[in-house]
Design a protein around this ligand. Structure first.
Ligand code: ADP
Ligand code: ZN
Length: 529
């Protein structure tokens, strides 16, 4: 007959000491744990590395029954269970990687009251059979990890999460705790509604990660810049390099390896065994760099990641924050470094234009990208911008590139007018549209075959922009896009005007631009300047 797993410890403090070997709780952990142990629901917004796991692991050990943890990270369940088993917690998981025999053994342990914690993949928990099975034993609590996955607004939506709203009906007396490191107001509201956590207590942590230095540089020769950054500031240290495409992951890993670094590629196109081996080396060896698509890192607990680099523009601030948050979980100084360029903006706009889904969906993606661009182009403290985005107040931090070397601004109204009027002329007089490269050639009077072909040397704006260099002009274009004064469209990123462009052209609006450092990398630790 089914039995409930008896409590293993009388108090959370005892479990913390005995099982995990820690003396004290961190931040809001104690309050969260007390709430759940007492049977109340909780919504926990805590940054990556903040210590979310203990918030459901300890109540699972103190309450009668088994703590059921819903997690989308199937690939990591084995690791999590191994880590718990190693410290004497009776943990297991149910997911699609198991055969019938393994599943039966786990089910038997649960029904016999011999499991403290059971990890379940969301698609399992949405099945009626699994729910009926769980009802035959005793659930101590439901923990919904990575709870932002229920949000369609967010960057990581998983349809299976929608079915989790049913838990409230089926187990009205079992406390539920939802946890995420994504803390925008919209996500917060949506997950509270969708998971039916209207009676929950909310625990919102401080999202600041003071030991992380934020830097964002213009992309020039990205692989060389990356190499300089790593060898100059973090030689021999562990780090993650994020890129958007598999191809770029492969080539970057090869490039770094060719320069004597231990750099391993990681993306969804590699087989499971290779990925597992890479992950294991990253965790166990010193100084391994993983070059990855975003498929890497969720849930990986490596405290001494010294840097996170992005060689492509992340799609959202949420994503950027989560990925950069994997640096410096041990609290020691760490760096995040992002290189981005005009091409990133063009490419991502195109991906949004071509993405399946309705207009509202594309509009959301555009808003995410715009927020990311605003962070890149801000002349204020990066951290202030980042924390404000998550609805938190902050003062300039002194530990980001804009604080350390405040960017100068300059009046870019005239260059903006030159560029925009070239776009207007081509569009109105000749019904032609071009990308940034050709427009800059016209402004800088560069005779190219295309200029000859179209007779663009006869345009009235031919050569009126020779006062700025090619890369300065690219910076102008990028910033005008970020300020929504220009819009790249289609496969080639042809530039078109926006409703706001007219104001600039008529002299009714000033354009303030950020002056780009000539050489990208700068740091407080005496990097080149
Ligand atoms: P999150 O899931 O929020 O990213 P984790 O639960 O993985 O964070 O915890 C991050 C790290 O902090 C882990 O190595 C964990 O063991 C450690 N940790 C958590 N709580 C405490 C604590 N109270 N005292 C010391 N270390 C802790
Ligand atoms: Zn700052």
């Amino acid at each position: 007959t089914p039995r409930a797993t008896p409590p293993r410890f009388a108090s959370p403090a005892e479990a913390l000491r005995t099982v995990f070997g820690y003396d004290s709780f961190r931040g809001q952990q104690a309050a969260i744990i007390d709430r759940v142990v007492a049977g109340g629901d909780a919504v926990v917004l805590m940054p990556t590395g903040g210590g979310k796991s203990l918030c459901y692991q300890i109540p699972s050990l103190v309450r009668e029954g088994t703590g059921v943890v819903v997690s989308p990270l199937i690939a990591l369940m084995q690791d999590q269970v191994d880590a718990l088993t190693a410290v004497g917690v009776r943990a297991a998981f149910l997911n699609s990687t198991q055969d019938a025999g393994q599943r039966a053994a786990v089910e038997r342990d649960y029904l016999a009251g011999e499991l403290d914690i059971l990890y379940v993949a969301p698609e399992r928990l949405s099945s009626e059979a699994t729910k009926r099975f769980l009802e035959r034993g005793r659930v101590a609590l439901f923990a919904i990890d990575e709870a932002h996955c229920v949000s369609q607004w967010g960057h990581d939506f998983r349809p299976d999460y929608l079915a989790l709203s049913e838990l409230a009906d089926r187990w009205p007396d079992v406390p539920r705790i939802a946890l995420t490191a994504t803390a925008t107001e919209a996500t917060h509201r949506e997950l509270t509604e969708r998971l039916r956590l209207q009676d929950a207590e909310h625990f919102v942590s401080d999202f600041d990660r003071p030991n992380i230095q934020y830097r964002i540089v213009p992309k020039v020769e990205v692989r060389k810049q990356l190499l300089d950054f790593i060898t100059g500031e973090h030689p021999g240290e562990a780090g993650i390099v994020y890129a958007l495409s598999r191809n770029s992951v492969e080539r970057t890993a090869e490039f770094l390896s060719g320069r004597g670094l231990t750099a391993l590629p990681y993306h969804a196109g590699l087989d499971a065994q290779t990925r597992a081996r890479t992950q294991a080396r990253f965790l166990r060896e010193d100084g391994v760099i993983v070059v990855a698509t975003i498929a890497f890192g969720m849930g990986i607990d490596k405290p001494d990641v010294r840097f996170v680099a992005h060689i492509d523009l992340p799609k959202s601030v949420e994503g950027y924050y989560q990925e950069t948050g994997r640096a410096g979980r041990d609290g020691l100084p760490s760096t995040t470094w992002l290189a981005y360029g005009l091409q990133d903006v063009v490419q991502q706009r195109r991906m949004i234009d071509e993405s399946p889904g309705d207009l509202a969906h594309r509009r959301r993606l555009t808003q995410h990208l715009d927020a990311m661009l605003a962070l890149c182009e801000t002349v204020q403290c990066r951290r202030v911008n980042l924390l404000n985005y998550f609805g938190q107040r902050a003062t300039p931090c002194g530990n980001c590139d804009t604080c350390l070397t405040p960017p100068e601004t300059w009046d870019g109204t005239v260059p903006a007018q030159k560029l925009l009027s070239t776009v207007v002329r081509l569009q109105r007089e000749r019904n032609q549209r071009f990308g940034a490269g050709h427009l800059i050639d016209i402004l800088r009077a560069k005779r190219t075959p295309r200029v000859e072909q179209y007779g663009h040397d006869r345009l009235s704006t031919w050569g009126i922009g020779e006062d700025l260099g090619e890369s300065q002009w690219r910076g102008v274009v990028r910033q005008l896009i970020a300020q929504e004064l220009l819009k790249p469209e289609g496969e080639y990123g042809v530039l078109t005007l926006t409703p706001a462009s007219a104001e600039v052209l008529s002299g009714g609006r000033e354009v303030v631009l950020r002056r780009e450092p000539e050489r990208a990398a700068r740091s407080s630790r005496g990097g080149r300047s």
